[in-house]
Design a protein around this ligand. Structure first.
Ligand SMILES: O=C(O)[C@H](O)[C@@H](O)[C@H](O)[C@H](O)COP(=O)(O)O
Length: 253
């Protein structure tokens, strides 16, 4: 049975700080009982602000990053180093500092392949998705995905999470990863975890800020149809947190 908690924060800045503090203390809790911990990162402004807040937090140094593996819920299918890649923005916000400090091993960062010809890259979103599915399985105990302790998701104004958009065939994709074309949010080509992968996580945290998210946040929390509001299926095995600001919570009854 998964529990759900909605926490409303005064504004987006406080939301990012609170989400960062939660993430760091969650990692401390997990590391007190097991290692490694696996965290799935998200793109988007709130997701990246959360990483930047973690980078600035004194709690950051309390985490044993050598025992933390970082994954992505989705990625924009662009060349390596492109400033619009979620990986690029996460590295700039937090990861590069941790690696440079010798705290986080580079091999603990599990990027989704970029568009390119190199062996570590991919020619199509489908090829990238297949390679990522293999990497997830390699770090799993049962050939599926690692034991995700926390899976972060931003939510778009249309209710999408990761790169799973309303009325899109990727919503029902089999397996744990999917190549996405025709994304209504640029860029059009992406790679995403599927809901099967998202549902593997002990805890799923949806982070959303801004009045433009209010209608779909309310629809998701009212258990609307997944084809119209994909965020409704952002559910963790043990707990689902909705971490929102007052503007994103403004349409709730
Ligand atoms: O690649 C992406 O764009 C993200 O993964 C996407 O799912 C994002 O999290 C939402 O669109 C929310 O983005 P904002 O927080 O910027 O509104």
């Amino acid at each position: 049975m998964s529990t759900r908690l909605v926490v409303v924060h005064p504004d987006a800045a406080v939301l990012a700080e609170a989400a960062a503090a939660r993430l760091l203390t969650r990692l401390l809790d997990v590391q007190s009982v097991r290692s490694p911990a696996h965290v799935v990162l998200t793109g988007g402004t709130v997701g990246i602000r959360t990483l930047a807040a973690a980078a600035a937090s004194p709690l950051r140094s309390a985490v044993d990053w050598s025992g933390v593996h970082l994954w992505w819920g989705d990625e924009r299918f662009l060349p390596a180093g492109d400033p619009d890649r979620n990986e690029t923005q996460a590295r700039e916000a937090l990861l590069d500092d941790l690696v440079a400090a010798g705290a986080l091993p580079e091999e603990n960062i599990h990027r989704m392949p970029a568009r390119g010809d190199a062996p570590s890259e991919a020619a199509t979103p489908e090829e990238a998705a297949a390679a990522y599915a293999d990497e997830l399985a390699e770090h799993s105990e049962d050939g599926t995905t690692p034991h995700f302790d926390v899976l972060l998701l931003g939510m778009g104004p249309d209710g999408h999470v990761a790169s799973l958009f309303p009325e899109h065939h990727a919503l029902e994709a089999p397996g744990y990863t999917v190549g996405v074309h025709g994304s209504p949010k640029p860029p059009p080509e992406r790679v995403s975890l599927t809901f099967a992968a998202i549902g593997q996580a002990d805890e799923v945290w949806v982070v959303a800020a801004g009045s433009e998210k209010a209608e779909q946040a309310a629809a998701a929390l009212a258990d609307g149809p997944v084809t119209q509001v994909p965020a409704v299926r952002a559910v963790g095995r043990h707990r689902t947190l909705w971490l929102v600001d007052a503007a994103a919570a403004s349409a709730r009854g």
